[in-house]
Design a protein around this ligand. Structure first.
Ligand SMILES: *[C@@H]1O[C@H](CO)[C@@H](O)[C@H](O)[C@H]1NC(C)=O
Ligand SMILES: *[C@@H]1O[C@H](CO)[C@@H](O)[C@H](O)[C@H]1NC(C)=O
Ligand SMILES: *[C@@H]1O[C@H](CO)[C@@H](O)[C@H](O)[C@H]1NC(C)=O
Length: 435
């Protein structure tokens, strides 16, 4: 026996380990400089009010399906979920909402209980009642605000993403929600909804950005209307809430922003415009399985650069607001794509949002309790689906470079590394909290 307590002794005595770790965490947390909000842009970087780079390391949290309630609240208390988002190293959530939540008062004023009742989701009501009793009789819009507030209480930034008009799973070319003029996509109503949402969250500090519309698509899509309506939408949001970043999605399921290369977006304000793009393994079909992964990576990345990545070189922030993979690890196409994605995301150091936090949905495409294999949480919203993936993603969470990085950057990086080591230990112990 040596004179010092060995690490293996500590790990086999978790309580002792916690006694040592907690004071360290408290010191570390207290030294963490708060991000000075609101955010703005400086060339390709998103920066805080002191001009220091803030890298958005977000996770998508779904709240746009038929119940119009943030997923998972029947499984875990929302404050616990917000804390887990932080524990997993994310600084931000891209929270999805359907337009009708903002434009249809009879929808927005349904209570959470009524919304689930209409869909016959009685088990979910029981779950919400036990895990989140404070929201079960709140109107849907208030419940949505409660989720944003819970994230705010935990210092998590929020991007409000208008994902669809009519609540439901998204997205297909023919779902009537794809482009201005589609059955459920009236441009005037959309402007009204954006204005309403921007107004509701005016003054809510942790709401740092609004994604104007997810994945424009379908037979009606065209560049002329893109400029016409996206510029109107951007001005409407800015007028109602000048503090939020205005985030514009491209055409063809948010893959294509190539037209911006030759025609700048014309806005009355500056320092707030961000572009977003989506990139999945299935974006290129089965190319990753069929070809040599290195060659496919080269070809696909060239394409991504041509369609959206060039914006970074032109001095615009690019928020890759959806990417992700089947976390069971047996989808070869996804695995190869992910290897390529991680390399490029580190190299270009763009802002991003992973799809998704969701472990399972109340109801998706007619299936109750559908398992989300792209989700960080397992079906029960407690266990982590794939902890080795979580470790990998943590490598992308800190900035690699940026404008005016704080003079304490070195200390910050050291601190974050230490936190990660500690958090990994905490994960192991925290699993017990869920039951
Ligand atoms: C508004 O919401 C209510 C309740 O969900 C629904 O019955 C109605 O059809 C919606 N109206 C429109 C115009 O979408
Ligand atoms: C930009 O928009 C303003 C009005 O907001 C308009 O007067 C101007 O002509 C537009 N410029 C271009 C190049 O479209
Ligand atoms: C996690 O993902 C990796 C591949 O990224 C895979 O090899 C592993 O089996 C997965 N683990 C679980 C528990 O699904």
């Amino acid at each position: 026996m040596g004179r010092f307590i060995s690490f293996s002794f500590l790990t086999s005595h978790p309580l002792l380990l916690l006694l040592i770790i907690f004071p360290i965490i408290i010191i570390i947390q207290q030294s963490k400089p708060a991000i000075g909000l609101p955010l703005s842009t400086n060339s390709r970087w998103i920066v805080d009010e002191n001009g220091h780079r803030v890298k958005l390391a977000c996770v998508n949290w779904v709240s746009h399906l038929e119940p119009v309630v943030a997923e998972g609240l029947s499984k875990q208390p929302m404050d616990m979920l917000s804390k887990r988002v932080v524990d997993m190293g994310f600084n931000c959530v891209r929270l999805t909402w359907p337009l009708y939540l903002a434009t249809n008062d009879s929808l927005a004023s349904l209570t959470v209980r009524q919304s689930f009742q209409k869909l016959g989701l009685l088990e979910a009501i029981g779950g919400i009642q036990s895990n989140n009793p404070s929201i079960v009789d709140l109107p849907l819009i208030k419940a949505f605000q409660a989720v944003v507030a819970s994230l705010g209480n935990n210092n998590v930034m929020v991007i409000l993403d208008n994902h669809i008009s009519k609540p439901g799973w998204c997205c297909s070319n023919s779902d009537g929600n794809g482009f201005f003029g589609d059955q459920y996509f009236n441009p005037d109503l959309w402007i009204k909804g954006l204005t309403k949402m921007a107004t509701i969250f005016n003054g809510v500090r942790n709401v740092v950005g609004m994604s104007l519309r997810n994945e424009l698509r379908g037979p009606k899509q065209n560049v002329k209307d893109w400029y016409r309506y996206m510029q109107l939408g951007a001005e409407a949001v800015h007028a109602a809430n000048p503090e939020v970043l205005v985030i514009l999605s491209g055409l063809n399921f948010d893959k294509d922003l190539s037209f911006v290369r030759n025609q700048a977006v014309n806005l009355t304000f500056t320092g707030k415009l961000v572009f977003e793009a989506h990139w999945y393994g299935f974006t290129d079909g089965q190319a990753w399985v069929d070809g040599n992964p290195n060659q496919v990576c080269g070809r696909v990345v060239d394409n991504v650069m041509r369609l959206s990545g060039f914006l970074l070189e032109q001095g615009w922030p690019l928020f890759v607001s959806e990417f992700g993979a089947d976390l069971r690890g047996n989808n070869v196409n996804d695995n190869r794509y992910l290897n390529c994605f991680f390399g490029v995301a580190a190299e270009l150091d763009w802002d991003w949002a992973l799809w998704t936090l969701v472990g399972s949905y109340y109801l998706r495409e007619g299936v109750i309790g559908l398992n989300e294999y792209y989700g960080l949480f397992d079906w029960n919203w407690c266990d982590i689906r794939n902890s080795s993936f979580l470790e990998r993603i943590s490598s992308l969470q800190s900035p690699f470079r940026g404008t005016l990085l704080s003079p304490f950057k070195c200390i910050t990086l050291l601190r974050e590394t230490a936190l990660r080591v500690i958090k990994h230990e905490l994960f192991l112990t925290r699993r017990a909290w869920c039951f």
